[in-house]
Design a protein around this ligand. Structure first.
Ligand code: IMP
Ligand code: MG
Length: 172
C-alpha cells in the first residue's frame, strides 16, 4: 500500500503563490505577459498563479512535452501539444510544476527563444536544485524542496494523486 507524509500544507502553498504573483506583478509593471503552463503538472499552479498576477495576462496557453527517459545526454524532446499563440515580441512566462534535472525547461526555453519573444522567464511552484544537471535557474520559485518524490498540487505519481491540496512525500 502507498503511504504518504505531508510535506507542505495547502495554506503554505497558497501564501507562497500569492507572494510570487505579487513579485511577478511588480517586475512586469507597465507590461503584459503571456502565460504558458506545462501540462499536465502545472494546471493547478497556473490557475492559482494567474489569479495573483495584476498586470494584463494577454493569453494563457499550455504546452505538453514528451521527453524520452534513457536518452540522458540529449533528453530527446518533442511537443505532444504546442502552444496556439504567436509569442513574437511578447513577454512569455513559462509556468512549471517542479524543476528537477532542469532538462525539460532548458530545452523548452531554447525552442521558444527561436520564436523571437521580447523576453522569457520561468516560474515554478517547486524547485529541487540538488537534482540539477545543467545551469537552469528558475526566475521565480515558490518553494524549494529536498530530493524526495512528491505528489499533490498537480504533481503525480503515475498519473495519480494530482488532486491532493497539499504536497506529500510518497513512501512505498
Ligand atoms: P526535469 O526538470 O526535466 O527533470 O523534469 C521535471 C519534470 O519531472 C516535472 O515537470 C515533473 O513532471 C517531473 N517530476 C520531477 N520531480 C517530480 C516529483 O517529485 N514528483 C512528481 N513529478 C516530478
Ligand atoms: Mg511536468
Amino acid at each position: 500500500m502507498v503511504q504518504f507524509d505531508t510535506m507542505i500544507s495547502s495554506e503554505e502553498i497558497a501564501a507562497k503563490v500569492k507572494e510570487t504573483g505579487a513579485k511577478i506583478s511588480r517586475d512586469y509593471e507597465g507590461e503584459s505577459v503571456i502565460v504558458i503552463g506545462v501540462l499536465t503538472g502545472a494546471f493547478i499552479f497556473t490557475a492559482d498563479l494567474v489569479r495573483e498576477i495584476t498586470v494584463p495576462v494577454e493569453t494563457v496557453d499550455f504546452v505538453s512535452i514528451s521527453s524520452y527517459e534513457g536518452d540522458t545526454s540529449t533528453g530527446n524532446f518533442t511537443f505532444k501539444k504546442d502552444i496556439s499563440c504567436d509569442i513574437k515580441g511578447k513577454n512569455v512566462l513559462i509556468v512549471e510544476d517542479i524543476v528537477d534535472t532542469g532538462r525539460t525547461l532548458k530545452k523548452l526555453k531554447e525552442i521558444l527563444m527561436m520564436r523571437d519573444p521580447k523576453s522569457i522567464k520561468i516560474c515554478t511552484a517547486f524547485d529541487k536544485p540538488s537534482r540539477r544537471v545543467n545551469d537552469l535557474v528558475p526566475d521565480y520559485n515558490c518553494i524549494t524542496v529536498p530530493d524526495e518524490f512528491i505528489v499533490g498540487y498537480g504533481l503525480d505519481y503515475d498519473g495519480n494523486y494530482r488532486q491532493f491540496k497539499d504536497i506529500r512525500i510518497v513512501r512505498k
